[in-house]
Design a protein around this ligand. Structure first.
Ligand SMILES: *[C@@H]1O[C@H](CO)[C@@H](O)[C@H](O)[C@H]1NC(C)=O
Ligand SMILES: *[C@@H]1O[C@H](CO)[C@@H](O)[C@H](O)[C@H]1NC(C)=O
Ligand SMILES: *[C@@H]1O[C@H](CO)[C@@H](O)[C@H](O)[C@H]1NC(C)=O
Length: 305
């Protein structure tokens, strides 16, 4: 009997302890997510739930943000206090509670890069103590790479060196930059990064084979954007060979003219020396010529008839 009583008292005591613990730690906040991602411009709901045993008449919720851009200066995004809602000016019209007063979730519309950071959801429901009354989550705002800008610089004559550079203005996560030569077959080129958002390729001692289409691509998990450079190397080799060809042609035509002149001179010289031969030859030629001329009108007539 006394053993039973002891057991009874013990049970009561442990129930009392439990109740006290529950009472003192009554309000607790839980964040179902610790990290979240949203694509810039989309909306997101940041979940924050709490459990309390007291009436919600004095419920107080504060959401703060420590932006990645300035983690040392957190600010209050939205506050619910005594039934009133106060929003930070930078988020006015874009932020709101979704399930008051049952949950502390907030929705952010038209997200911006500046919305990224560490969010804290703090819930108080006096007179209940809150331990822990704070939940934390990390929000990343993703941005697709912007269109990269391709540039080239250097000597495009054979033997020179050319630098191809590419820079991308934005993208979260930081876009990966790569350069590829697309023809005759696609090959990846070694790239020198200048900061996180631009990369260049240096090609030394360029030759005709260096000519071709080059592509810079900036990509992250949201997509890829490309820019192109069509490089034409002026090969000194082909220039000189065409020069040689031209020289050869010029020499050829000049020697032809010269030989023609020589023939003419020789002929004139011979006709000058032998006039009679020239006359008789000339008459023959004239007769032949006359015959041809005599024939022509009839031919013409015939063709007209
Ligand atoms: C966000 O946009 C949706 C749909 O356009 C709208 O229903 C909701 O009220 C907006 N939320 C806030 C906090 O502005
Ligand atoms: C440049 O390339 C040509 C052929 O492509 C080669 O003959 C020459 O030795 C190279 N010059 C240098 C300085 O590498
Ligand atoms: C690149 O340039 C060459 C010669 O200038 C031209 O024949 C070729 O079509 C160009 N290619 C592209 C893709 O523009």
């Amino acid at each position: 009997m006394s053993a039973m009583a002891v057991l009874g008292w013990r049970t009561l005591w442990s129930l009392f302890v439990c109740f006290t613990v529950l009472r003192t730690n009554a309000l607790s906040v839980t964040m179902s997510e610790s990290t979240m991602e949203v694509v810039r411009g989309d909306y997101i709901i940041l979940p924050c739930s709490f459990s309390t045993y007291s009436p919600l008449s004095r419920l107080n919720i504060i959401w703060t943000l420590a932006p990645f851009s300035s983690p040392e200066s957190p600010f209050q995004v939205i506050v619910y206090d005594h039934g009133q809602i106060i929003e930070d000016p930078s988020l006015i019209g874009r932020v709101g509670f979704t399930d008051l007063p049952l949950r502390a979730d907030i929705m952010i519309n038209d997200t911006r890069v500046s919305d990224a950071g560490v969010y804290r959801c703090m819930v108080n429901n006096p007179p209940e103590a809150a331990d822990p009354g704070i939940g934390e989550l990390l929000l990343t705002v993703l941005v697709a790479p912007s269109l990269p800008a391709c540039r080239w610089d250097g000597e495009v004559d054979a033997g020179g060196s050319v630098t191809l550079s590419c820079s991308v203005a934005e993208g979260i996560p930081t876009p990966e930059i790569r350069w590829d030569k697309l023809n005759p077959e696609e090959i990846s080129l070694p790239i020198n990064m200048e900061g996180e958002l631009s990369g260049s390729v240096q090609i030394i001692n360029v030759s005709a084979q260096t000519s071709g289409l080059y592509r810079c691509s900036a990509s992250n998990l949201l997509g890829t954007e490309n820019c192109y450079i069509n490089l034409s190397i002026y090969s000194a080799g082909s220039e000189s060979s065409s020069g040689i060809l031209q020289g050869v042609l010029l020499t050829l035509s000049m020697s032809l003219m010269l030989s023609a002149l020589l023939v003419l001179v020789t002929w004139l010289h011979r006709t000058g020396r032998d006039g009679r031969w020239r006359v008789s030859k000339g008459e023959e030629e004239e007769e032949e010529g006359y015959n041809e001329i005599r024939y022509t009108p009839s031919l013409i007539k015939r063709s007209f008839v």
